[in-house]
Design a protein around this ligand. Structure first.
Ligand SMILES: C[S@@+](CC[C@H](N)C(=O)[O-])C[C@H]1O[C@@H](n2cnc3c(N)ncnc32)[C@H](O)[C@@H]1O
Length: 257
């Protein structure tokens, strides 16, 4: 029974790999299983075999599952202490900073950085990338629900957002500071030149090998002394441990050696 289940799970993975350009081989198995189970529960399906058949015959389900697997949760000023540090300790030392938000979901993170740069009269160039096409589309629209706004101070909200029905739209002055691009971290093509790379709550879903490879690419893409910021529960692995200095470990902030 267990063997059959494993085979069916592998079939699910191979269907996704074949039909989309999303390669599940780079992801940890446990969270993948958990999210596939949750999707099956919603459909009232209680075994892999039935779900595999359902997937094979419903193209929409492949898209829905892909969305569920890449969970795109984000919000403005997520983990405020990180942005306090960026505002007080990092931005004042930079001139026209070049910033990359890797795995930016629908864009709240790079827009938060654009707001901070604007507050300090800094000319910046910011790129936000994500594997998920739908998230990049949302980021380009720049419209957010109340959940994304829960850590935004009222004065910042007033200055940088316009209320559109129940939602909040980022103003054009900030919107035009960020360029968005669909990009899988396994295909990183940026060679160098960033002052700051922020990649939070992304590595956690990736296999150890893919994490190591991605961190080496970040190292290459940063200017000497450039900053790297990871998520609260993420840390340096492999060779990257020797390549960065911890600046503020609590908030996972490092600089390039
Ligand atoms: C939980 S969100 C994090 C958003 C934002 N960084 C934050 O912390 O608020 C994780 C994002 O990583 C993206 N992602 C997952 N695998 C990726 C990959 N291989 N390449 C690029 N982005 C990826 C997902 O699509 C998702 O939008």
């Amino acid at each position: 029974m267990k063997r059959n289940q494993d085979q069916d799970f592998k079939r699910i993975v191979s269907i996704i790999n074949k039909v989309t350009d999303f390669n599940l081989d780079h992801y940890k198995i446990k969270p993948l299983r958990r999210r596939i189970h949750s999707r099956m529960r919603r459909l009232g399906i209680d075994n892999y075999e039935d779900y595999t058949n359902y997937l094979a015959t419903n193209k929409d389900e492949v898209t829905i599952l892909e969305e569920a697997l890449t969970i795109n949760l984000t919000r403005f000023f997520r983990n405020k202490a990180v942005f306090e540090y960026i505002k007080d300790e990092i931005l004042p030392s930079l001139n026209n900073p070049s910033i990359w938000s890797a795995g930016c979901a629908s864009g709240a993170e790079p827009f938060t950085l654009a707001i901070l740069c604007h507050e300090q009269n800094l000319n910046c160039s910011i790129v936000g990338t994500d594997i998920d096409t739908e998230s990049i589309k949302k980021a380009r629209e720049g419209i957010y629900d109340i959940f994304s706004m829960k850590e935004v101070e009222p004065d910042i909200q007033k200055k940088y957002f316009k209320k559109v029905g129940k939602n909040y739209k980022i103003i054009d002055k900030i919107k035009e500071r960020v360029k968005f691009q669909q990009l899988d971290l396994k295909d990183i093509s940026f060679e160098s030149g960033f002052d700051l790379i922020i990649c939070r709550n992304v590595l956690i879903y990736l296999s150890r090998e893919f994490q190591e490879q991605t961190l080496l690419c970040f190292h290459k893409a940063l200017k000497p002394g450039g900053y790297l910021i990871l998520g609260k529960v993420e840390s340096l692995v492999g060779q990257a441990k020797e390549l960065f200095n911890p600046l503020n470990l609590k908030n996972r902030i490092y600089d390039k050696r």
